[in-house]
Write a protein of this length. Structure first.
Lengths: 110, 115
C-alpha cells in the first residue's frame, strides 16, 4: 500500500464550480498535512497546511482533515482556469520529511 | 519571502559525464535540505536528506555512490550525479528548512537531460 494516495485524475471542473481533491495516508503517526500546487515544469508551491482535525479556510481554499479516517481533502471554490495544475498531497510525521502522493491533475474548463 | 535557488535550472550532458546541481538558501540558514527527483507525470520522490556538516541520509534504493550529496555550509547543498545515464534524466528539486522557525521552502528545480 502506498503511503500517500491520491486519485491521479484528470479531474475536470467547470469554471466557477467547486473542485474537490482527496488524499488518504497510511501512517497514523503523521502529524502535518500539506497541499502543494505544481504547474508543468515548475517546482511545487505550498497552498495550505493543516495539523488539526476539522476545516481550515484560506481564501478560496479549504483543507479538511480527518485523522480517524486518515483522510485529507482540499476544496477550491469558484474555480478559475489558473487553478489548472497538478495538486500534490504531502504528509509528514516530523522533521519536515515530506512523503508525497502521486498528484491529481486538475483542469478548470472556461 | 525566503528563496531557495537551484543552479543550473536546466542542463544537458553526455552519457558518462558527471553533473553538479547546487541548492542555495539565499536569505536564511538551512541545517537540513532535501533532494527530490520527479519523473514526468509522477510525484516527487525523496532521494536523500542532507544535513550540514554530516553525511547525507539516503532513501532506500538510491545509490549513494551515484548521487553524491555535500552540505558544506548552512546555505549550500550540492547533488552530483556521477556517470550520468539517460535514465537519470529527470527534474531534481531541493527543499530547505529555515534554521529559525522551521519553515520549509522548495527550490525552483533543475531539469537534467542525459543524451
Amino acid at each position: 500500500q502506498k503511503e500517500v494516495e491520491q486519485n491521479s485524475g484528470p479531474l475536470s471542473v467547470p469554471e466557477g464550480a467547486i473542485a474537490s481533491l482527496n488524499c488518504t495516508y497510511s501512517d497514523r503517526g503523521s502529524q502535518s498535512f500539506f497541499w502543494y500546487r505544481q504547474y508543468s515544469g515548475k517546482s511545487p508551491e505550498l497552498i495550505m497546511f493543516i495539523y488539526s482535525n476539522g476545516d481550515k479556510e484560506d481564501g478560496r481554499f479549504t483543507a479538511q482533515l480527518n485523522k480517524a479516517s486518515q483522510y485529507v481533502s482540499l476544496l477550491i471554490r469558484d474555480s478559475q482556469p489558473s487553478d489548472s495544475a497538478t495538486y500534490l498531497c504531502a504528509v509528514t510525521g516530523g522533521a519536515q520529511k515530506l512523503v508525497f502522493g502521486q498528484g491529481t491533475r486538475l483542469t478548470i474548463n472556461p | 519571502g525566503a528563496v531557495v535557488s537551484q543552479h543550473p535550472s536546466w542542463v544537458i550532458c553526455k552519457s558518462g559525464t558527471s553533473v553538479k546541481i547546487e541548492c542555495r538558501s539565499l536569505d536564511f540558514q538551512a541545517t537540513t535540505m532535501f533532494w527530490y527527483r520527479q519523473f514526468p507525470k509522477q510525484s516527487l520522490m525523496l532521494m536523500a536528506t542532507s544535513n550540514e556538516g554530516s553525511k547525507a541520509t539516503y532513501e532506500q534504493g538510491v545509490e549513494k555512490d551515484k548521487f553524491l550529496i555535500n552540505h558544506a555550509s548552512l546555505t549550500l547543498s550540492t547533488l552530483t550525479v556521477t556517470s550520468a545515464h539517460p535514465e537519470d534524466s529527470s527534474f531534481y528539486i531541493c527543499s530547505a528548512i529555515n534554521r529559525i522557525g522551521g519553515e520549509l521552502f522548495f527550490g525552483e528545480g533543475s531539469r537534467l537531460t542525459v543524451l
